[in-house]
Ligand binder design. Structure first.
Ligand code: 6PG
Length: 244
């Protein structure tokens, strides 16, 4: 893994504002192929302030030229407190004029999780205009990192870590005793830009291990995010970066 691009900010608010500015810059750039700007959003708690900022007019985001996807979702109803979509909707979608057809929600509540994953893959591929032989290349993916080194819903020792054929799949998370849907490494590693958002002192030790031992024999899931022709940038606050 090449030397990571690391940006350290004073706190989560400053980190979120910087990430919102980067999203806005990218979304306003006219793409050579004229296609819409495509971004995938993670769940969890860290990105919520970012999503709230993205809803503000000051960032001048051309929402009619943006498509939003999910990185992963818990297999719960979309109004469940655990739902990533619910968090994204409350923080961002309820406050912007983004056409419903530009919002791509993972229907992880469906009893047939495998069919839900396959449908989402079809939607992702179709929106990005890629055939089954190519991997969908998202313009930007926001990822978090758990204190066990997971990202998306790619947790240590979970089956989806080894998925190489599907872009989206169900994944049983033993430690949480729950099912999730997640994009897989082929999609993460096809992205043009990946931005990790990591905040808080609790993440400092795992972050040091992740960033200082990239070549370890048993990599953390987050270390396997290495876009073949894209960039990875770590947006950290001082507390998370204190051991670097
Ligand atoms: C999820 C996320 C997950 C998250 C990490 C970090 O569904 O929970 O997609 O991958 O990014 O668990 O979560 P925090 O930002 O809450 O620490």
């Amino acid at each position: 893994m090449s030397a990571p691009n690391i940006r350290v900010y004073g706190n989560l608010e400053e980190l979120s504002r910087a990430a919102a500015g980067e999203f806005s810059r990218l979304a306003r750039e006219t793409k050579p192929d004229g296609k819409p700007f495509t971004a995938a959003l993670s769940g969890g708690s860290t990105p919520k302030p970012l999503y709230e900022l993205l809803a503000r007019p000051e960032f001048e985001i051309p929402w009619l030229r943006v498509h939003l996807f999910q990185v992963d979702e818990r297999c719960v109803p979309p109004n469940d407190p655990q739902s990533n979509y619910r968090m994204i909707r409350e923080a961002l979608l309820d406050h912007i004029a983004l056409p419903q057809s530009h919002v791509h929600r993972m229907a992880a509540e469906r009893p047939d999780r495998d069919a839900a994953a396959r449908s989402y893959e079809v939607e992702l591929r179709g929106t990005l205009g890629v055939t089954a032989s190519d991997w969908p290349r998202l313009d930007l993916i926001f990822l978090g990192m758990g204190d066990d080194g997971h990202t998306a819903s790619l947790f240590p020792e979970s089956a989806a870590l080894d998925e190489t054929e599907r872009a989206v799949c169900p994944n049983w998370i033993g430690k949480l005793k729950m099912w999730r849907l997640t994009v897989t490494y082929p999609v993460l590693n096809a992205a043009a830009q990946v931005i990790f958002l990591v905040s808080g002192g609790k993440k400092a030790e795992i972050l040091r291990d992740v960033l200082r031992s990239p070549g370890s024999s048993t990599p953390y899931p987050v270390q396997r995010v290495q876009p073949s022709s894209g960039t990875v940038t770590w947006y950290l606050d001082k507390a998370a970066a204190r051991l670097l």
